[in-house]
Design a protein around this ligand. Structure first.
Ligand code: GTP
Ligand code: MG
Length: 324
C-alpha cells in the first residue's frame, strides 16, 4: 500500500490536507475509497477538484498487482484449514475453513454467526494435529459483540490433550480485537491489521484468521437514501478486495458476517437477500447461510462454492462452544 502524504495528491494543499485529516481521512487509501460528496463536505473543495483528488488517490493506492500462475500455485500450496469443531460442518467445507479465502456467514440475528467467529478464533490457535494452524486471530468488531468470557468457555470445551492444560488467558492473548466505529474506520483497520500481521509474521503464532463481524452493518446504516447505493457498493467492494489481499498475503482465513434483511429494503428487490447483494456474493469464496433450528441446533447451508457441492450441516451452539 502507498504510504504517501495527502499533500502528494494533485489538488491537495496543506490547508485541504489538514481539513481532510480532521475529518478522518488520514491516508491516501481513505481518500481513494471516499465519495466526491464526502470530500466536498469536509474539505471545502468543488466537485471537479474532489473527483480529481479521488482519481489520483486511486491511482496512487494501487492495491495489489499481478502474480504469475506459478506464483499463485506456490501460494495455494500453503492453504490451511481450520476446524469448525463440528464434523459435518467440516465435511461441508471440504475439511474446514480455508485460508486465502473469504468465508461469509449470513443469517438472521441469533443464527450463530458471532458464535462461529468466536469458535474459529479459538480453533485457529490449535496445533495442526487438532485442526488448527498455530495461528493468531484478529477481530474487527463493528457491533461490540466480542466477549472474552465466551472465548474462555470455548477454551474450556476444547478436546483434552495429553500433558496440556488449555489456558484461556493464553488464547485471549492471541486474539487481537479492535472496535470499528464507522465504515471508514473499518476500512482503515484493515491497514492496521496488515501492520500487526507483519509484526507477528515471524513469531510462533502468525496471523491466520481475520474476522470482520459484521462486514456490512456500518455500510448499511450509513448509506441510506436514494443515490447512495452505488457509492456503498463501490466502497464495500474495495474493502472486500483489501480483505482478500490480506488473506493472500498472510495465508489467513477471512471470516465475515452479514445479516439478512428482516424487512424489504428500498435498494433490493428480494427481502430474503443478504445485505451487500451481489458485491459480497461475487467476492466471498464460500457463502454459508446460517439458520436456527430446534434449541441449540443451527443449520449451515453452503451456497455457491467454486469447487464444493452445495449442501447443509447441522451443528450445536452449546455452553462450551460449537459441537457435533
Ligand atoms: P446477530 O449478530 O444479532 O445478527 O446474531 P448472530 O448470528 O451473530 O448470533 P450469535 O452468534 O450471537 O448467536 C446467538 C445465539 O448463540 C444465542 O441465541 C444462543 O443460542 C447462542 N449463544 C450465545 N452465547 C451463548 C452461550 O454463552 N451459551 C450458549 N449455550 N449459547 C450461547
Ligand atoms: Mg453477531
Amino acid at each position: 500500500m502507498s504510504t504517501g502524504l495527502l499533500e502528494d495528491l494533485p489538488g491537495v494543499g496543506p490547508a485541504t490536507a489538514e481539513k481532510l485529516r480532521e475529518a478522518g481521512f488520514n491516508t491516501i487509501e481513505a481518500i481513494a475509497v471516499a465519495s466526491p460528496g464526502e470530500l466536498i463536505a469536509c474539505a471545502d473543495v468543488g466537485e471537479a477538484t474532489a473527483a480529481k483528488i479521488i482519481a489520483s488517490a486511486r491511482a496512487a493506492a494501487d492495491i495489489g498487482g499481478f502474480e504469475t500462475g506459478d506464483q499463485i500455485l506456490e501460494r495455494r500450496k500453503n492453504v490451511g484449514k481450520i476446524t469448525t469443531s463440528n464434523i459435518n460442518f467440516n465435511d461441508l467445507l471440504g475439511g474446514g475453513m480455508e485460508t486465502q479465502s473469504i468465508v461469509e456467514l449470513y443469517g438472521e440475528f441469533g443464527s450463530g454467526k458471532t458464535q462461529v467467529a468466536h469458535q474459529l478464533a479459538v480453533n485457529v490457535q490449535l496445533p495442526r494435529a487438532l485442526g488448527g494452524l498455530n495461528g493468531s486471530a484478529i477481530i474487527i468488531d463493528t457491533e461490540n459483540t466480542f466477549r472474552p468470557e465466551r472465548i474462555a468457555q470455548m477454551v474450556g470445551g476444547l478436546p483434552p490433550k495429553e500433558n496440556v492444560n488449555w489456558e484461556a488467558d493464553e488464547f485471549l492473548k492471541r486474539i487481537h480485537v479492535a472496535r470499528a466505529f464507522n465504515s471508514n474506520h473499518q476500512i482503515l483497520l484493515v491497514e492496521s491489521a496488515m501492520a500487526l500481521a507483519e509484526n507477528l509474521r515471524e513469531t510462533d503464532y502468525p496471523v491466520r484468521l481475520l474476522v470482520v463481524d459484521s462486514v456490512t452493518a456500518h455500510f448499511r446504516a450509513e448509506y441510506v437514501g436514494r443515490g447512495t447505493l452505488a457509492d456503498r457498493q463501490q466502497k464495500l467492494n474495495k474493502h472486500l478486495h483489501e480483505l482478500m489481499r490480506f488473506g493472500d498475503l498472510n495465508n489467513a482465513l477471512i471470516l465475515v458476517t452479514n445479516q439478512v434483511m428482516a424487512k424489504p429494503d428500498t435498494f433490493f428487490g428480494d427481502p430474503t437477500k443478504p445485505v451487500g447483494g451481489h458485491v459480497l456474493g461475487h467476492t466471498a469464496t464460500f457463502r454459508l447461510y446460517l439458520r436456527k433450528s430446534k434449541g441449540e441446533k443451527r443449520i449451515a447451508r453452503l451456497v455457491d462454492s467454486p469447487n464444493l457441492p452445495d449442501g447443509e450441516a447441522v451443528f450445536s451452539v452449546t455452553m462450551e462452544g460449537l459441537k457435533d
